[in-house]
Structures are given as C-alpha cells and as structure tokens.
Design a protein around this ligand. Sequence first.
Ligand code: IPD
Length: 270
Amino acid sequence: MNKNRDLDIARKAASEGVRVIKEFKKNGFEVRQKGFHDLITDADIAAEEAILSVIRNSFPNDDILAEESASYGSLTENRTWIIDPIDGTTNFAHDFPVYCTSVALWVNKQPRVGVVVEVTRDEEFSALAGEGAWLNGRAISVSGTKNPRDGFVGTGFPYDDLSLVNSYLGLFKVLMKELQGIRRPGSAAFDLCCVACGRFDGFYEYSLHIWDLAAASLIIKEAGGVITDWNGGEGWPFGQRIIAGNEHLHRYLKKMIQEYIPEKDRENVA
Ligand code: IPD
C-alpha cells in the first residue's frame, strides 16, 4: 500500500470517525428524523466533528463538503474533502450490520484519495489516484464475471425520492430472473467497495449523493471497475443515478436500465 500524506490523513480521519461511532454504539445514542425516511443520530454528528477536526488540523485551507454540516453544492477546483460520517445510518440506528465512514479528497473536481471503513467488520478500503486500491492494505481488483447469469449484484432502495418506483421495480423483476443474486446491504459506499474487491460484479441505484460515492468511486476505478450515470456518462457525482461494475456487468446493467427505465427518468438530477 502506497504512502502519501493526503491518504494518511484520510485514513486517520476515518479511523477517528469509526472510534466515535463505536463509542456511541456501546454507550447508546439518540435517533431523529432528518427528513422523510431520513434518519440522523448523535453518532453521525459527533463522528463528523471528529473527522473534520483531523482534516482541519492538517489542512486548514482545504474546502469541506460533509453530509451533516455543509451545504450541498457543486465542487470547485479547490482541494475539497467530502465526508459521510455514517453511510448506512438506518442500519446503524437499527443495530443492523453494514455501515461505513467515508472520507474522500477531490482536487480540481477529480478524486485523489478515498477511504471507506465498514465499521462492524473493521474493513478499510482505500485508494490513491493512479496508484491502486486496497482492502486492509492488500491490493484489490474487480471480478472477471462476464455472464449476467453468474452476476452477483448490489442495489439500493431510495428513501426520499420514490418517483421512479414503478419502473425501478419493473427492472428489478427482470434482474431477479437474469442474475445469480441481488442484495441490498444498505450502505452505498460499502456496495461500491464490494464491487471494487470483486464480491459484487455490479451495482445500481438512484437518489445517491456525492458524499455516498466520493471515496468509493475512486476505489472502484483504481480497482479496474467502471462507474457512470444511467446513460453511461460522467454526470454521476451530482446526478444521483449510478451504475458501477466490472466492464461486463456495467455494460449489461446499462443496457437493462436503458431498456426498462424511461428516458426522462434516466436523466441526471443536477
Ligand atoms: C444511504 C445509504 C443507502 C442508500 C441511501 C443513502 P445514508 O446513505 O447509502 O444505501 O440507499 O440512498 O442515502 O443516508 O445512510 O448516509
């Protein structure tokens, strides 16, 4: 695994976030409703503060885009840290495994560093642009699965935007018949990392935000995978519609989405 100061700080910040989440898990926490079907806990807020404090101490001039404290905007050319303190808050609130801390650094609107830690399994996924992707320090790569019948794919069910439910379920029905299996773990960052290390062959979802994807998208790319929006384009960071996979399953999922989701619903949001 490569050494790099940005990556070191990202790992340190993520591990601080994880430490705080584990403390709240042990000692108890309050859950509130942030929006429709959208939960927030004390642990989200405290973990975000802990992560931001590591980053601000090391890089006081860098910009921050964080799920719980910063406004949702667009990226600039500046160095920008993109944070999701708990991706999978609903799982965490229900003591259901699979929730992650996600820390990314983007520079000039491109990902430079990504770290995702799945808290319940102590799995640290990381990547450095141009240098590779790792799981607990060991190099990872996407699967070689070619045939959809052998395909094991992750997906997600959006909490807030239910406008595509009918066509999304239509697609789901067909994929249930054609794929080997579909899973909905409940943390998009983890789902994408599962593609990166070859557990999943592909992934698709809509209504995702940049903090869910900022770190894991680099981890996928550095592991040899593909990530696009639903039309195969580059609008995914703010477009909310995602397909990821090894090149074969990505191509298959794109074809199926184009067949089963009407054109107007495939458009990026922003
Ligand atoms: C959520 C998770 C989930 C996805 C939701 C996201 P959060 O993130 O990634 O898998 O289906 O759309 O909002 O809210 O737990 O950070």
